[in-house]
Design a protein around this ligand. Structure first.
Ligand SMILES: Nc1nc2c(ncn2[C@@H]2O[C@H](COP(=O)(O)OP(=O)(O)O)[C@@H](O)[C@H]2O)c(=O)[nH]1
Ligand SMILES: [Mg+2]
Length: 428
């Protein structure tokens, strides 16, 4: 799962990236050495309680575990995550985030970091466009004073660059493709376009849908070798929509009136996207205070408490500043930046969680770690697909699986449901 942050310069992409990827102190190691400075991990809370809540219930019912004591620092959680953390059955899972700088007018022609920018984008499952809703910068990122730019225009500018880039890929070889259609028939068009667009991640089904979109939107288009700009633009738009779900962080909301993002919200929501007002600067202040141990704060929550260390170290002014940050964050809907990433993962990309274990009775791995992994999988993933998500060898050697909650044996094609705990039996 890889989400790219895009937007014109100075809107707050890097601040957003830092706010989301600053690792709070209590998070277990993530085996992710920083390869590039702009790649990091955001920790997203699962929407349902961690499966360790059900395990605790069973153990308490069997008399093998006391009820949670009020001073339990983990507030009842009994899992041992390999990555992330779990407190109060609120489990955090990793999502890779990339700060993709380089959107400037003409990026598709290679202006700025154009080509690098676009090939970085091609590897993302979804995009968050950070938009400056205070309108304090122009399209090139130059300061213009508040109200100087327009969020809708800023969004359409990104869409325009993406469409032009994809259309460029299609156009550059269109004549050859069209000739192939003349000699091999229309089916060859899908095959040919798929070859051209697989580099940016397009599937054959997406290409076929894009060709169908030309047919329905341009009934008089005629044969592909007669298609012009309008038809190729429709192709490009259709591919872009399928490949890059785009959601919006309406950033610098702390410096904008509420109606500054209404028009953009309506536009984005009409195409199935999500817009969340945010203040990256405010969220960064919270995540820094949390990483420094001054406050107790879990990613995705707007409320926090001052820690014992914070009581000693924070000045009155610092406390007041933190309190006012908390207030502004709770006043907006959508759960801020972490809420936005969560919505993209669970609503836009339809990811579900599964807990692979090696022992279906105790829900542990070979080393006795309780529910060590919470894996995000696409809706509809089968038991065998889950095995592959864990390890290629496990997928290749798949024999059968066990649903650890019910104890039932399940086959390769059984669809894994959200929250399932699965033991996979495989040839080694
Ligand atoms: N008021 C306000 N300023 C912000 C916010 N997010 C970022 N900034 C400021 O905007 C400027 C540009 O931020 P940066 O993250 O470097 O933008 P980038 O060029 O898109 O990566 C910096 O001075 C930030 O402190 C925000 O939510 N509110
Ligand atoms: Mg930056």
């Amino acid at each position: 799962m890889r989400i790219g942050l895009v937007g014109k310069p100075n809107v707050g992409k890097s601040t957003t990236f830092s706010a989301l990827t600053q690792t709070p102190v209590d998070i277990a190691n993530y085996p992710f050495t920083t390869i590039e400075p702009n790649v990091g991990v955001a920790w997203i809370p699962l929407r349902e309680p961690c499966a360790c809540a059900a395990l605790r219930e069973r153990r308490e019912a069997d008399g093998r575990l006391e009820a949670t004591s009020s001073d339990d620092p983990r507030a009842g959680s009994i899992c041992t995550p390999n990555t992330g953390s779990c407190v109060g059955h609120n489990r955090l899972v990793p999502v890779t985030l990339v700060d993709v700088a380089g959107l400037v007018p003409g990026a598709h022609e290679g202006r700025g970091r154009g080509n690098q920018f676009l090939s970085d984008l091609a590897r993302c499952d979804a995009l968050i466009q950070v938009v400056d809703v205070s309108g304090s910068t122009d399209l090139e990122g130059n300061p213009v004073g508040e109200g100087g730019s327009n969020p809708v225009e800023e969004h359409e500018f990104l869409l325009g660059e993406l469409d032009a880039w994809i259309r460029g890929i299609i156009e550059s070889s269109w004549q050859r493709g069209a000739r192939r259609v003349q000699s091999e028939g229309e089916k060859a068009l899908a095959t040919y376009l798929h070859e051209q667009l697989s580099g940016i991640g397009a599937s054959e089904a997406q290409v076929i849908a894009a060709i169908a979109a030309v047919g329905s939107q341009h009934p008089d288009a005629g044969v592909p070798w007669d298609w012009g700009q309008a038809e190729l633009t429709t192709l490009a738009k259709s591919v872009r929509t399928a490949l890059f779900p785009i959601c919006i962080a309406a950033n610098k909301a702390d410096r904008a009136p509420e109606d500054a993002w209404q028009e953009l919200a309506a536009l984005v929501e009409s195409s199935g996207g999500i817009l969340v007002p945010s203040s990256a600067e405010a969220e960064l202040a919270l995540s820094r205070a949390s990483a420094a141990g001054l406050i107790e704060h879990r990613p995705g929550q707007t409320e926090f408490t001052i820690s014992a260390e914070g009581e000693n170290k924070l000045s009155e002014a610092q406390r007041a500043a933190l309190a006012s940050i908390g207030e502004s964050l709770t006043s907006w809907s959508g759960g801020g930046l972490v809420g936005l990433v969560g919505n993209i993962v669970f609503d836009r990309l339809n990811r579900r969680v599964a807990y692979p274990v090696q022992d279906e009775t105790h829900w542990v791995d070979g080393d006795g770690n309780v529910l060590p992994d919470a894996i995000l999988i696409a809706e509809g993933t089968t038991a065998k697909g889950l095995a592959y998500a864990v390890h290629t060898d496990l997928g290749d050697g798949f024999i059968r699986a066990t649903d650890a909650r019910s104890g039932r044996v399940i086959g390769a094609d059984h669809e894994v449901e959200n929250g399932d705990i699965i033991r996979i039996h495989a040839k080694s």
